[in-house]
Ligand binder design. Sequence first.
Ligand SMILES: Cc1cc2nc3c(=O)[nH]c(=O)nc-3n(C[C@H](O)[C@H](O)[C@H](O)COP(=O)(O)OP(=O)(O)OC[C@H]3O[C@@H](n4cnc5c(N)ncnc54)[C@H](O)[C@@H]3O)c2cc1C
Length: 267
Amino acid sequence: MRSMTMAPRNWKNSAWGAVVGSGRRESPIAARVTIAADGRHSTIAFGLGLARHPARPRRWAIGAYFANFLPGSVGRLTVGEMHVRRGYYIGVAPVPDSLTNVCLVKPSFAGDVALGDPAAALKSALAVDPLLRDRAAGARLIGSPIVLGPLAVDVRDAAIDGLLLAGDAAGFIDPMTGDGLRFATCGGELAAGAALTALARGWSGVHAGLMAERRRAFGGKWRFNRAIRALVASPRAVNVAAVGARMAPSVVHAVVARAGDCSAAAP
Ligand SMILES: Cc1cc2nc3c(=O)[nH]c(=O)nc-3n(C[C@H](O)[C@H](O)[C@H](O)COP(=O)(O)OP(=O)(O)OC[C@H]3O[C@@H](n4cnc5c(N)ncnc54)[C@H](O)[C@@H]3O)c2cc1C
């Protein structure tokens, strides 16, 4: 998909499909409704000026697969782990074929040398980590790490008739609470419902209705995610949380359960 085609209808912009192409060939596809579900770097949302990377937070992710990454104290490596450190965090998740996905999410800035050598940045973060260094000592990096960022994407209310946004194209949430896929699938269902309404009754109120549905479905978790993100960004808050976790582990279990949308988290 190359771009979104806009046509003026009265004094307002409307979308009437998309232009798709590969190589030099392009063809317009006309549609009464287009749902942009083309991810965090949405060609449509950025192309139409609906999305932007906010000045803050500026976080980047470095992710890679490892073989021989040892399981932690929980036992077999079957659960996802989130290791929150001062100013950054490291996610560790088992994946098929006995591999482990490791993802470092850290603040970054123009000219950050860590992003120039992501493998070294990942390995050195693991090497200094008191809980991960022994487990990672004999681990072997499989392939090259992937670097993504800036992670945050803000999307303003996109009230363009003919166009709906879904998934990361409708706004990206920090991966820390692992909600992206649920938001993408549920947000896709909500957008599909809005599309049916628009086809049946026209566009009046459709975008406001979809936004209200999204707030109802995701608002609580958006606020929770923002609070956790703010905590991770503050070294002082991380220190306080670490002390609190030792004194009242049940609070940490409750936070983990909330992050995972579970009724209870394993201690
Ligand atoms: C580091 C990191 C860790 C994450 N961890 C988790 C996690 O543990 N749990 C979780 O639930 N979520 C996680 N997420 C978030 C999750 O990956 C996303 O929220 C989810 O994939 C969004 O789905 P989507 O369909 O909106 O976008 P995507 O999965 O990005 O899919 C978009 C699709 O559109 C296609 N596309 C893009 N542009 C074009 C174009 N111009 N033409 C044609 N096709 C196009 C792409 O090829 C892709 O197939 C993580 C994200 C990151 C960055």
